[in-house]
Design a protein around this ligand. Sequence first.
Ligand code: F6P
Length: 341
Amino acid sequence: MRVGVLTGGGDCPGLNAVIRAVVRKGVQDYGYDFIGFRDGWRGPLEGDTMPLDVKAVRGILPRGGTILGSSRTNPIKVDRGIERIRENLQKLEVDALVAIGGEDTLGVATRLHEHEVKVVGVPKTIDNDLGATDYTFGFDTAVNIATEAIDRLHTTAESHRRVLIVEVMGRHAGWIAIHSGMAGGANVILIPEQNFDVEEVCGWVDSRFRTNYAPIIVVAEGAIPLAGQMVTKDQTLDAFGHVKLSGIGDWLASEIEKRTGHEARTTVLGHVQRGGTPTAFDRWLATRFGFHAIDAVNAGDWGKMVALHGTDVVTVPLEAATRELKTVPPALYDEAKVLFG
Ligand code: F6P
């Protein structure tokens, strides 16, 4: 049996840990051969491969990024994309694929499964917005990086009595914002799931200054003001139709300055949240996902994705992962609000 492995979408801490676990267990327990596809779906689409054996995965457990490279290539948008992938898999004598990725990568995997490609998915994203799994790996690392940044920003906020705004990633889900905001002791957390009222935010800013402390606001890149629109970098869309988010932090700073007279500054954490070594939790989760993914291959559990349910790793249908976005429930946001202002 020859198994192809690919990583698609934004890079994410823990991808290498999955690759290592898949290959180690696949070779040791099942005697499989592996082949790495470069840059997400571009690899199988163009037949671009690299050797993937036990030697190639030595030492990669703590490394961020992905040794296979990644891209947002969407074969569904490419002429004969699905057929070309099928042809290349046949030519390269690849019997099965392990696709590691988020909503977009797993969406393509679902389509390939419908076209009889033997595929198993592994959910990754720092955004934690995939349904059917309690957590995705990469999320915990992003939350820890954002929390450390918030901890550090408290110093300047208090020394200069400034409003400090931290813009975090997460696309249309507020998971990174709510986890890091609560962990870092933010005074306001704004998430995409609930449009915010700038006047109310200014009220929280004022009340924080009245208690002689300076406010820290965590805003998710996809957060939207009540009377307004989502702020985007520009109007260009990627191959999966996503806009580039970011900018809401700067917009909010200028509104707060205008309305309260307090100096407000924004720190955009950006790709720092996806960089560097994964946390212990993400290495643990990614490694277990890798083991269970290759077990699924061995069991012929095609069209499935590994998922964390409580402390168990299970398999669920691939399309369950992408059916709907997993967002922050209102009750959880209400819980966090106790600390606002
Ligand atoms: O999905 C992960 C993520 O980091 C999002 O939080 C963010 O909106 C997006 O990817 C950024 O993508 P890119 O690196 O392609 O600009």
